[in-house]
Design a protein around this ligand. Structure first.
Ligand code: SF4
Ligand code: SF4
Length: 378
């Protein structure tokens, strides 16, 4: 194996030791390295140091309202899809202190909350989640108001993407045009090959800093056989999605059917628990809370994730606008699939399937669309 100067678009092959070298290189380069790991019988994102911290030899099973981890017969590092966490946990955290104020004489000194000390390096970002980060970039960075907290967390983030070698029962990225292969927005994109035999990682360079990181570790040029194996794996994954979103004009379908009886049907099943909004990598709604200590010397403002499934979310002077489960589910789904286009120019759904897996009653957004389409009034 040799090291050489690499350009974006080039592909090389590294062994697991090379991947460890890359993780060390990221930490040496001042990044906070975050990636998948096993905790509480789920694959979650947390700080990692070596490939031993990854879910080595684990796989996951997904269906509506169903998630289980199992051991694999091999030592794959990336042989699972996405768990309950998404990268918004780090870029747009569940609880974010915005500022604190301390009494100074007759007035107050307000201190803005500092951003993170180190930029993030996200390891094993799936293509759907890469697209979800792009969706949140549009929300927080590309509108008329730029969110300084998101900007501070997003700045300089290094992205090591992973192309999916397997799909699960709730995946439908192919029909959303968001996967399973990472297209752009990454520094490096990896495909794991033959974990049961000649275990290796084909890595595509996406940026100059990705190339610089790769140059620090032993690697060899990818052969035509390596590239063909990676292509075949991703094609197989694309063909084995557990679900599919119907290819329709969602704005026409959903906004033209606001009184469809299916909304009553789904309201019978929906618990309005808000799980789907918490696990969704693009949902971004928040509430702000202020706290004042009992001495009156200090106070602060905190931003917290909230959900359009709560009654408080639409509460205005004297009552909630969306008082029924029907209106709250309809609000979430029509925003996600239809009015998001009006606001941000894309769908708010990237087909990750989390809302289906983590819905306690297994409500399936693709099935709800099909049901409305299949029984549209003539
Ligand atoms: S709506 Fe569901 S499938 Fe779509 S991005 Fe959100 S969690 Fe994933
Ligand atoms: S659709 Fe499922 S996850 Fe979402 S609020 Fe209803 S019951 Fe909860």
């Amino acid at each position: 194996m040799t090291t050489r100067q690499l350009e974006p678009g080039q592909e090389v092959v590294v062994a697991r030791g090379g991947l460890d070298g890359m993780l060390r290189g990221l930490a040496r380069g001042g990044y906070r390295v975050v990636g998948p790991t096993v905790r509480d019988q789920a694959i979650v994102y947390d700080d990692i140091e070596t490939t031993d911290d990854l879910p080595v030899g684990w796989t996951d099973e997904h269906e509506g309202g169903h998630y289980r981890l199992h051991r694999r017969a091999d030592s794959a590092l990336f042989g699972y899809v996405v768990g309950p966490h998404s990268w918004k946990r780090f870029l747009h955290p569940p609880v974010q202190q915005l500022w604190r104020a301390e009494r100074q004489g007759d007035g107050f000194e307000i201190r803005a909350e500092p951003g993170p000390e180190r930029p993030f390096a996200f390891v094993a970002v799936r293509s759907c989640d890469l697209q979800a980060i792009a969706v949140q970039d549009r929300v927080f960075l590309e509108g008329s108001y730029v969110d300084p907290h998101y900007r501070g967390r997003r700045a300089g983030a290094f992205i090591l993407a992973v192309n999916c070698g397997e799909a699960r029962g709730t995946c439908f990225c192919t029909s959303m045009g968001t996967g399973p292969k990472a297209g752009r927005g990454f520094d490096l994109a990896l495909t794991e090959l033959e974990p049961e035999g000649d275990h290796r990682f084909l890595i595509e360079v996406g940026s100059a800093r990705g190339a610089a990181l790769l140059a620090e570790v032993p690697q060899r040029p990818a052969s035509e056989q390596d590239s063909a194996a990676a292509r075949a794996l991703v094609e197989r994954t694309a063909a084995s999605m557990g679900r599919e979103m119907p290819q329709l004009d969602m704005q026409d379908l959903l906004m033209g059917n606001l009184e469809h009886p299916r909304w009553d049907d789904v309201a019978e099943r929906c618990l309005t628990c808000g799980n789907c909004t918490m696990v969704c990598p693009t949902c971004f709604c928040t509430d702000t809370e202020e706290d004042l200590d009992l001495t009156g010397e200090s106070m602060g403002r905190t931003r917290k994730w909230t959900s359009c499934y709560t009654l408080d979310f639409s509460y205005i002077h004297g009552g909630s606008v969306r008082g029924s489960a029907k209106s709250r589910y309809r609000q979430w789904m029509t925003h996600k699939l239809a009015t998001w286009h009006d606001q941000f120019g894309t769908s708010g759904c990237v087909g990750c399937g989390r809302c289906i897996t983590w819905c306690p009653v297994g409500i399936d957004i693709t099935e709800e669309v099909r049901a409305i389409k299949g029984s549209e009034p003539a």
